[in-house]
Ligand binder design. Sequence first.
Ligand code: GCW
Length: 627
Amino acid sequence: MRKLTLLILTMVFVQLTKAEDGHQLWLRYQPVNKAKVTGPECLAADKLRTYFLGENATLVFDPSMKEDAYQIKGSTVTAKNEIGLLYGAYALLRGEQGYSAPYFNLRILNHWDNLDGSIERGYAGRSIFWDLENGQPKAVNTSLIEEYASANASIGINGTVLNNVNASPKMLSAIYINKVKEYADILRPYGIKVYLSVNFASPMSVPMKGINNGKVLKTADPLNPTVKAWWKAKAKEIYQLIPDFGGFLVKANSEGQPGPFDYNRTHADGANMLAEAVAPYKGIIMWRSFVYGAKHKGEDRVKQAVSEFKELDGKFRSNVILQSKNGPLDFQPREPYAPIFDNIRRTKQMAELQITQEYLGHSRHLVYLAPMWREFFGFVAPERLVGIAGVANIGLDKNWCGHHFAQANWYAFGRLAWNPMLTSESIAKEWLTQTFKSLQDNLSPLTSHLSPLLSMMLRSREACVDYMMPIGLHHIFAFDHHYGPEPNGFIPQYPIEWCPVYYHKADSLGIGFDRTHTGSDATAQYREPYCSMYDDINTCPERYLLWFHHVPWSHRMKSGRMVYEEMQFHYNRGVEEVEDFVRIWQEVKPIIDEQRWQEVNTRMQHQLENAREWRKVRLDYFGSFSK
Ligand code: GCW
């Protein structure tokens, strides 16, 4: 017994004293190199041989199995192909048994990385893919990209869009396509396909051999034969280098991006033209529905996607997928689901989730996002979707994601894309025990620390909603960077949809956005029962109250409190929750390695300060109306 205790203590000590910067993510296997692996020579065999703690492991092909699925029995992994075996190997390493198959075929990260190395809404350093060195694209960092690939493969992610949806046309020039090929070659063995975001007007700035005498075009009109020929030639050029290239992601006619409207054409005209170009190679087009301020300028922003796309349903080619954000506005900490998922019936759809915390405290706040995504699947059944995209939170920071706990969101995204039925709790538990090895079962004296950490993660999203946007208040974030409160935000030169005052509509009489039949009628876009439920102030869930209703200050909440008091209640609760997270973090100090503990602690102090600031700024501001 004494020996065992000593062994445990030594292990803990070794664990705690090792310098720990978080770079290993949840993949903390120590090379043991003792397993004898029987079966096909492949990456899965390498991984098991190096890291598997058992003596023997067996890999078996079974061609009758579903693509990417695996079966684990003891230490035997069976799958259709090498990628399935690799997924199975990672699953075995984390202790899984049994059969598992991915729910979605498309499990894709979207990197909003710019060619100059910056990342739109990135809070973890510069791009791992792009930068300029003496005016040229930087050299590929092979070992880093391999690490990135294995982290993704370990959670089943099978695609990555390498550049920002606000896409530079340069992305499609030969020099960059050659880089994309280098990335594709590194990612391929891990089952990850590359995709690119494209600028719809690319033919107007990138010349193409054999088209228009090698001169750039004067138009990007999707019905123009030369434009079509340009895209076909471009697709051919890409597929010659990258035969398994995934396809294009497109943001068109939104926030200033070019698109088919520029030529009086429809989204379908634009998407289908591109779809035709990649169809011979089985490529896909992911066309985003995040549009506002173009064709339906002036209409309530949350309605515009449905207004623009509904009539086009059924007009898209079969290799076009409409990609929509989970909420109708823009990645707020809580939104009702986006009704476009109800209105589109004959076009394939994907959901776009945001892993990077644009409106959720960047990588300073600890906010575990799985509960938010699970909430979404409660309204939009996974069977309505063919895939899931996640806007990545990855950068060159040593720990990849800025905040150590932000790694959990990358992890959770992959796990939910694999199986949207997994619970937030089971995912958090998996992540915690792999990421902080001292929480694992074999060190049982310490497992009691697992539950406070779990509880902190599971409560963190609701806490954020409480201190940022209680009872459905939305988009009252500071201009441009979206970090911090700016409830009085109004800049006359800006589109009104960027101004916080447009969303809360507070005055001396009341507060909230009337989206019922007496207002913008956004509720009419929802299927029943939600349409009636949200429209009626008596049945609208209070978490969405000010999203759908403009209410007098005297409105009584279910708690008996009036609106302003209810806001006070939520702001206070949000702050108290963060105070409790700080306490929990102090409590687990003995079992967390020094560097990660300190780094998280510093960020938590910030989070607490910010939560208090949100409360003060908002209560002062809204209090001046409510009296
Ligand atoms: O959330 C908004 C962001 C923009 C982003 C845009 C989009 C990439 O503030 O930075 O641009 O959405 O999703 O297209």
